[in-house]
Design a binder for this molecule. Structure first.
Ligand code: AMP
Length: 401
């Protein structure tokens, strides 16, 4: 039987992905997701070799804690009877602040650092932490077998030129204000998978990796090391995202405060929860909506065009950091893996740099797999299905061993 399984928890602001993986051979035993947390239609789906449950309705407005309890008590204990086979738990944590540089086994001091770093990732760190504390309570015997894998670890070697802001240096020294990056677990997986696909040693791989989901970021990797990334002190900087504005002139904040009489809390809410695709489309943060209406709805068109234009700006500036050495441009995340339109609009604007699509390949969507979408004469362009849970699992197994 499945003796030694590792449970992986990846909590986002409104969803929670989970994975049970065999610690010996890395075979996935169970994958699952809870979607629409805190909404009316919270639902759970999970898959094993023999069972596939799709969109099973949980109670309305389910919280993260209730979802975790359901996963453990109902799915793992009652339905699957594999509770006792779990030997360790791996958690995704978005921000490790200044102090944490690598994945770690969780103890009280780590919990305190994650808490302190919550101000840098307010939509993520608190729910990541909740996952940790809830599961330590449910599995007291695994107290010393909980591992935290941080998105910020991937950016430890960013050069000072990339991570410092143009503000007085003392603010970095005293308060840790610098660019930390995010989505590092996904970009790390993409880097390794690209090396495998291209058949190149990871130490010499040069790619631009675009993680385009509800959160979105671009990272440029030179010789297997990330040298710049679009997210900053918090996951708010960079591209236009589901509900986050991405880059803005900081003076907008002063203007809203001084002239529009908005409170700081309201401005924060505006820029993190009401902007981006939601704000531009004026309907929803769900990218599928704007994509579907692109050709006959003005608002949808501007949303997709702006999203794509900002992406082009990042890709082209990062291109010059690796230039002719580039091995591939990679798309991933819900939008990157699925939006034929975004990939097309983006690559069209990059034609001067040597990127060209093969339309036939680009139209080949809907598989959870990796494929090439560039023409023969183009710099390679790949679509890779990201797997943050597998990346967390590998780190967790490495540490508990
Ligand atoms: P993620 O955060 O990676 O799960 O990605 C979520 C985003 O991907 C949402 O904006 C979705 O609307 C978008 N998305 C998912 N499927 C598709 C699709 N088939 N076409 C375009 N966008 C999609």
């Amino acid at each position: 039987m499945h003796k030694k399984l590792v449970l992986i928890i990846n909590s986002g602001s409104s969803s929670l992905k989970f994975l049970l993986i065999n610690s010996k051979n890395y075979k996935k035993f169970l994958t699952g997701i809870v979607e629409c947390l805190y909404l009316k239609n919270t639902n759970i789906s999970w898959n094993t070799k023999n069972i596939s449950i799709k969109n099973f309705y949980l109670k309305s407005y389910t919280t993260h804690q209730e979802a975790l309890e359901f996963i453990v008590n109902d799915v793992l204990k009652k339905k699957m009877n594999i509770f006792n086979n779990i030997i360790a738990i791996g958690h995704r944590v978005v921000h490790g602040g200044k102090e944490i540089k690598n994945s770690v086994v969780i103890d009280l001091s780590i919990i305190n650092i994650i808490k302190r770093s919550s101000c840098f990732a307010p939509l993520h760190n608190p729910v990541n932490l909740l996952g940790i504390t809830t599961l330590i309570k449910i599995f007291p015997s695994l107290r010393k077998k909980n591992v935290a894998v941080f998105d910020t670890s991937f950016y430890q070697k960013l050069p000072e030129t990339a991570y410092l802001y143009g503000i007085p240096y003392i603010f970095y020294k005293k308060y840790g204000i610098r660019r930390y990056g995010a989505h590092g677990i996904s970009h790390s997986y993409i880097m390794k998978k690209s090396a495998e696909i291209i058949n190149k040693d990871i130490k010499s791989i040069n790619i631009i990796s675009c993680h385009l989901g509800n959160g979105a970021s671009v990272s440029v990797i030179k010789n297997g090391i990330c040298i710049d990334t679009s997210m900053g002190l918090t996951p708010s900087e960079g591209l236009v995202m589901g509900t986050r504005s991405g880059d803005i002139d900081p003076s907008i904040i002063f203007y809203l405060y001084e002239k529009v009489n908005m409170k700081i809390k309201e401005i924060k809410d505006l820029l993190t929860r009401k902007s981006g695709i939601l704000g531009l489309s004026e309907v929803t943060s769900d990218f599928r909506f704007s994509e579907k209406k692109y050709f006959f709805d003005k608002k949808a068109k501007r949303t997709v065009d702006i999203f794509s234009y900002k992406l082009v700006k990042y890709i082209s500036s990062y291109f010059f950091l690796i230039a002719k050495e580039i091995d591939a441009l990679v798309f991933t995340g819900g939008i990157g893996e699925n939006s034929i339109l975004v990939r097309k609009l983006t690559v069209l604007q990059l034609s001067n740099l040597g990127f060209e699509l093969c339309e036939k390949f680009n139209n080949k969507n809907g598989f959870k797999s990796n494929f090439r979408i560039s023409s023969k004469k183009s710099i390679p362009i790949l679509v890779i299905s990201t797997d943050e849970e597998l990346e967390i699992a590998k780190e967790t197994i490495r540490l508990i061993n």
